[in-house]
Design a protein around this ligand. Structure first.
Ligand SMILES: [Zn+2]
Length: 424
């Protein structure tokens, strides 16, 4: 084991509420009764010689996380079998993980912002516009929205239907089906396929990745994003235990992902340790990295030893990012006269900005979409609805709604209004 605290003591490491604790107990009861079944499996490389790293996850659920001594793959073993995994997602996943029953606008906006990052990454590697895009495991489909706006033809599929409605309201083509069902009914392939935070949940890589291969056009690219093991220095409070969750069957660094997809004749053309990576098919020789046993093992041990000090640096970086945004706003405002700029947003980010703005006289008002807030004051500035005569500039100060506000007001640029975003 990595350390004593990874032992199976039934205690949660993540703060969980009473409902979650009950949901964990309900899940464990169904495993004990045999309603849900676990199975042992060989590594994706075929070996079955493992080193045990942990015996519980962050919820205190008994879960053995192992490292393959041959290739270095980190995985849950044993894990729920395929039928029990489907049952788990229908009955236990959301109560334990506190997901939203129905995706709301906030959830959709987060997906849209994430989608912009993926579009940037994909386009930076020379993918042409006007291609067809498929997202497998799309949730509300917000991730596809930036692609749709950029002229791509988009399709999203997901096994759960409850998230699809909001995406459809935004004009996205979303269907409740598996990739195998889509393959059986569609006659065509896709130029871009997106697997974002999906691959680590798969039970059978063979079933899923062979289907993905068949759905990808001859010159297409596959975008894969998974949580990166080496990125734990920048996430999850630098704590491997906070990252472990029983819904994740596999854990990757970039090389492990490269090696897995190489076995399905998909060759990596770009990638980082976040992990984001692009793959293509039809290359003469698919490149593989060496065994990751030592790099991964050494990294996780270093992480465990240094997690307190690394987390302190991480927090410092986040504080600096907030200061950078304030500096950016002050810099922007220096170019405008008095009463000529509005902030769009009324939440905590806007209040924080208002209390740190140097030339507060430049701010004309705070804009809102909520009638109940109209006429109230925030840091001495009146709250109003956006209407003509328009200000010279609008700074979108809402973090949560940045994307949806931007979508609604970006046309004002044609009327000479500067639209300034801070977080995207
Ligand atoms: Zn292996």
């Amino acid at each position: 084991m990595l350390a004593k605290r990874f032992g199976n003591d039934g205690k949660a490491t993540l703060p969980i509420n009473g409902q979650q604790a009950n949901a964990v107990q309900a899940f464990l009861k169904e495993v004990d009764s045999g309603r849900m079944q676990i199975e042992y499996t060989n590594c994706v490389c075929g070996a079955d010689n493992f080193e045990v790293f942990a015996n519980k996850d962050r919820y205190g659920i008994p879960l053995q996380t192992v490292l393959c001594r041959s290739c270095g793959q980190v995985m849950s073993n044993p894990r729920l079998n395929k039928a029990s995994t489907e049952y788990f997602y229908q009955h236990h996943y959301r109560p334990i993980y506190v997901g939203l029953e129905k995706a709301d606008e906030i959830f959709f906006n987060k997906q849209v912002r994430h989608g912009f990052r993926i579009l940037d990454f994909v386009q930076a590697h020379g993918i042409m516009a006007q291609s067809t895009v498929l997202e497998i495991g799309c949730g509300a489909g917000g991730l596809l929205w930036p692609f749709k706006e950029a002229g791509y033809q988009c399709k999203g599929i997901d096994l759960g239907s409850q998230y699809l409605g909001i995406g459809r309201q935004h004009g996205l083509d979303l269907a409740c089906q598996s990739s195998q069902q889509l393959k059986a009914e569609t006659g065509h392939t896709f130029d871009v396929i997106i697997l974002s935070h999906v691959l680590e949940h798969f039970v059978s890589m063979d079933d899923e990745l062979n289907t993905v291969y068949d759905l990808l056009s001859e010159n297409g690219v596959l975008y894969v994003e998974v949580p990166g093991l080496f990125n734990l220095k920048h996430s999850y409070e630098c704590d491997f235990l906070l990252y472990l969750q029983n819904a994740h069957n596999y854990h990757f660094n970039l090389s492990l992902l490269q090696n897995l997809l190489a076995d399905f004749n998909l060759s990596m053309v770009a990638g980082n340790e976040s992990v984001q990576a692009l793959f293509i098919k039809n290359v003469d020789e698919v490149q593989k990295a060496g065994s990751q046993y030592l790099p991964v093992s050494e990294f996780l041990q270093q992480l465990e030893v240094n997690r307190a000090s690394w987390n302190e640096s991480l927090k410092q970086t986040k504080r600096q990012a907030k200061l950078d945004i304030i500096a950016k706003v002050n810099d922007v405002l220096s170019a405008y006269p008095e009463n000529s700029v509005c902030l769009y947003g009324t939440g905590s980010h806007t209040a924080h900005l208002l209390s740190n703005i140097e030339r507060i006289e430049v701010i004309r008002s705070v804009l809102t979409d909520n009638d109940e807030e109209v006429g109230k004051h925030l840091a001495g500035k009146v709250t109003e609805r956006l209407s003509a005569p328009y200000p010279q500039a609008i700074i979108i100060s809402s973090d949560t709604y940045e994307e949806s506000i931007y979508r609604r007001i970006s046309h004002l640029k044609n009327s000479g209004v500067d639209i300034i975003t801070l977080y995207r």
